[in-house]
Design a protein around this ligand. Sequence first.
Ligand code: FEO
Length: 394
Amino acid sequence: MYLTRRVTDDIHYIGCDDRKITLFEGVYSINNGMSYNSYMLLDEKKVIFDTVDKAVTEQYIENVRHVLGDNKLDYIVVHHAEPDHSASFSALIRMYPDAVVICNVRTKMMLEQFYSSEIAHEIKFKIVKEGEALSTGKHTLKFILAPFVHWPEVMVTYDETDKVLFSADAFGSFGSMDGALFVDEGEFNLDEARRYYCNIVGKYGTQVQTLLKKASALDIAYICPLHSYVWRKDIGGILDKYTKWSLYEAEEKGVVIVTSSVYGNTDNAAQILASKLVQKGAKVKMLDVSIKHNDVVIAECFKYSTFVFASPTYNAGIFVRMEEVIRDIVAHGIKGRRYALIENGSWAPLAAKQMEEILSTCKDMTCVGALTLRGAITEEGLKTADELAEALMC
Ligand code: FEO
C-alpha cells in the first residue's frame, strides 16, 4: 500500500524506508535503517525529484502511482546519479517514457553508464546549467550545481515558490524515518547526522562550503534531502553544523583514543593514558578498532580536537585494522588536529613511525609525542604517559 506525505500543499514525499539494511554502500554500518527520499511536485507540470534504492522500488512505484494518479508525468529531475537514488530510475522512465529527464551533462553520462541497457526507448533529456530556471506553472525551479557533494554530477534545486531546497545528499543522515517526515516530528540524532556527513562528503569540505555559500543567498523554508528528515525548523542550526564540519573544525575539546591490542598490553597503556587525561579534566572517548567500524571512528575524529592512536607492531608494520582505520581517516581529508601515538613491539616496535608517516600527509597535524612499549607498560612508561597526557591537554 502507498505511504506518502505532503511537504507543502504542492510537494509530496514519495520516498521509502529500508529498516533491514545493516551495511550502506557495502561500507557504512547502519544501526537503525536508511531512508531513500524522493519528492513529487504537482503543479501544471508534474515533476519527480530523484528516485530510490532498488531495495524499496516496489513501495516507491506504489507511492508514485498514488500521488500522480492519472496525470501525465512531465519531468524527472535527477540531482544525483548514485544508485541509492537512481536505481528505480529505469523502472520509472519505463512507466512514463514521455517524461523529460532534467539533469546536467555529467548526470546524463552517468545515467547512461548505469541504465542504458535497461531502457528500450530513447530518453528525452533537458540538460541544465548553473542558475537555469524552469517554470512548472505556479512554481519556478532554479537549478544549482553542487559538484562533489557527493559525486561530481550533483546538483540541487531551489523552488522559489515554496522556498524549498532539494539538497541531494547534503543535510541528510543515516537512519530510517519510522513514520515521521519532518525533523521536528522524528528523533533527529546529531551523532548519526555527523557520521553520515563525515563519511559521505567529509572529504569534500571545500565543495560543501561552495554549496553553503550558494545556499546563504536563498530564503529557505524547507530543506528536502535525499536521506532522512525534511528540515522546516532549526535550518540555521544544521547549516552551522555543516559550516563547522566542512571547515574540519572540532566541535568539542576532547581526546579520542583509538586502540588495538593483541594481548591487552597496548590497550592497558591506552586506558592508563585515558585515566590520566580524565583526571586532568579531559573528555575522553575510547574506540577499539577490532570491533568498531571505520565510519564510527572517523566521525569521532571529526568531532573531537585531539587523537591518540595505539597499535601493536604487526608484520613489522601497523596492526592491520589500525592501519586501515588511519588510512581511511586520512582519506576523508581531516586536518588541524593534535595527536599522540602508542606503539608496542616485543622485539622491534615499528608502528609509531609508520602511523606518523601516514598522518603526516594530512594538513596541520601535530604529533605531541609517543609512548613505546615492549610488552607491558613499565614504571618508566607511566612517566611517559604522564608527559603525553600533559602535552595532549595543552
Ligand atoms: Fe545518497 Fe551519494 O548517495
